[in-house]
Design a protein around this ligand. Structure first.
Ligand code: BTN
Length: 324
C-alpha cells in the first residue's frame, strides 16, 4: 500500500494530493492514509503535508524501492514487476526459487545482500545502499545453449547505460564491466532448464556505486562509480540499465538480431587487440584477442598461432599485466 501511495505522489510530483483522493483511489480510510504517509516520511521520503491541501512529494531517499523504480520506467515488460527487499541472502537465489511465480521481466532488488554470489562460487560484497544488487527474471523461448548470449546483452546494456550518464565504461568479455581498468560491475547469469527448453533465466547484476573501501583481497581490482569520480544516483543507473537491456533483449528474442549488442560489445571492449591470459580451472594460457564474432563468441589467436573461438561462460580472463 505504501508503494501505491508513493506512486500516486510521484505521478503528481509538483502538486498537493489530498488525503481524500488517495483514500478513494486506494479504497482505504483517511486515517489509514495518514498513518501510511507518516511511515513513508520515516523511510526518508521528503513529503510536505498541509491541512486541507494534502501531500506533495519533494524528494525521495536513495532507495531502490518499487514505487521509485516503476515510476517513469520506459520499458514494456522489464521491471514492470519489482520485488524490493531491504535485506536478503542473494537476489539471484530468491529469483531462482520464485521464478515460476513471477512474470517475465520481474526484477528482484535488494538494498543489501548477506550472501551475494559472484561467478565461480566467489562471494560478492553487497553492502547496504552502496550498490545495485538486482536480478532480472526472464522466460525466453530460446534453446538453452543460446542462454550465454543473454550475459552479453546485460554487459552491453550496462556500458550503454553508463555511457548515457557520461560514465566511460568498457566490457571485459563476457561479464565484467570496467571503469579506469578496475571492475565496477559483474554479471551472474543462471539458468533453469530442461534439455531443450528454458524454464527461466536469472540475470544477476551487481554494481558498486558508492563503495569506497573494498576488502583487501579485491582492493586492487575493484572500484565503484563514486570512487572513480562520478556522482550518480543508483536509481538513474538502474533505470537506464533496464531500459537499455530491454531494447537489446527484444532485438534478440523477437528478431534474432544480435548485431546492436555485438557492436556495443566490440566498440566498448576492454580486451580486443590485447594479449590476455585465459584461465580454465588450473590451466592458464596466453593468447591474443582479435574479434567478437556474430555469435558473440571471443575469437583469439592461441599459443599455437591457430584461430580459436571461445564461448562465454567457459573461461575467465586476466590482462597480460593487470586485471584487464
Ligand atoms: C561476478 O562478477 O562474479 C558476478 C557478480 C554478480 C553479483 C550479483 S549482485 C545481484 C545478484 N545476486 C547475487 O547473489 N549475485 C548477483
Amino acid at each position: 500500500m505504501r508503494s501505491e501511495i508513493i506512486k500516486i505522489l510521484l505521478e503528481n510530483k509538483d502538486e498537493f494530493v489530498s488525503g481524500e483522493y488517495i483514500s478513494e483511489k486506494l479504497g482505504i480510510t483517511r486515517s489509514a492514509v495518514s498513518k501510511h504517509i507518516k511511515n513513508i516520511k520515516n523511510q526518508g521520503y521528503n513529503i510536505e503535508s498541509i491541512t486541507k491541501k494534502g501531500h506533495k512529494i519533494i524528494g525521495c531517499p536513495d532507495l531502490l524501492s518499487t514505487a521509485v523504480i516503476e515510476h517513469d520506467l520506459n520499458t514494456k515488460f522489464i521491471g514492470k514487476e519489482v520485488i524490493h527487499f531491504d535485506t536478503i541472502g542473494s537476489t539471484n537465489d530468491y529469483a531462482k526459487k520464485s521464478a515460476t511465480d513471477f512474470i517475465d521481466g520481474t526484477i528482484v532488488v535488494s538494498e543489501e545482500q548477506t550472501s551475494g554470489r559472484g561467478r565461480r562460487g566467489k562471494e560478492w560484497h553487497s553492502i547496504k545502499g552502496d550498490g545495485i544488487w538486482v536480478s532480472i527474471i526472464l522466460k525466453p523461448d530460446i534453446y538453452p545453449h543460446n542462454a550465454p548470449f543473454i550475459t552479453q546483452i546485460a554487459g552491453a546494456s550496462i556500458v550503454k547505460a553508463l555511457g548515457n550518464l557520461k560514465i566511460d565504461a568498457s566490457i571485459k568479455w563476457p561479464n565484467d564491466i570496467i571503469v579506469n581498468n578496475k571492475k565496477v560491475s559483474g554479471i551472474l547469469t543462471e539458468l533453469g532448464a530442461e534439455i531443450d527448453k528454458i524454464n527461466y533465466i536469472v540475470v544477476g547484476i551487481g554494481m558498486n556505486v558508492k563503495t569506497i573501501d573494498f576488502p583487501d583481497e579485491i582492493q586492487s581490482v575493484a572500484t565503484s562509480i563514486l570512487k572513480e569520480g562520478y556522482s550518480v544516483k543508483r536509481i538513474d543507473i538502474l533505470k537506464n540499465i533496464l531500459e537499455e537491456f530491454e531494447k537489446l533483449y527484444l532485438n534478440y528474442i523477437q528478431e534474432n538480431d544480435k548485431s546492436n549488442c555485438i557492436m556495443i560489445c566490440k566498440e566498448r571492449s576492454a580486451i580486443l587487440g590485447k594479449n590476455i591470459y585465459i584461465i580454465n580451472g588450473d590451466k592458464r594460457r596466453k593468447v591474443k584477442c582479435i574479434d567478437i564474432n556474430e555469435e558473440g563468441n571471443l575469437v583469439i589467436i592461441n599459443e599455437n598461432n591457430d584461430i580459436e573461438e571461445l564461448i562465454s561462460g567457459e573461461v575467465s580472463i586476466r590482462g597480460e599485466h593487470n586485471y584487464v
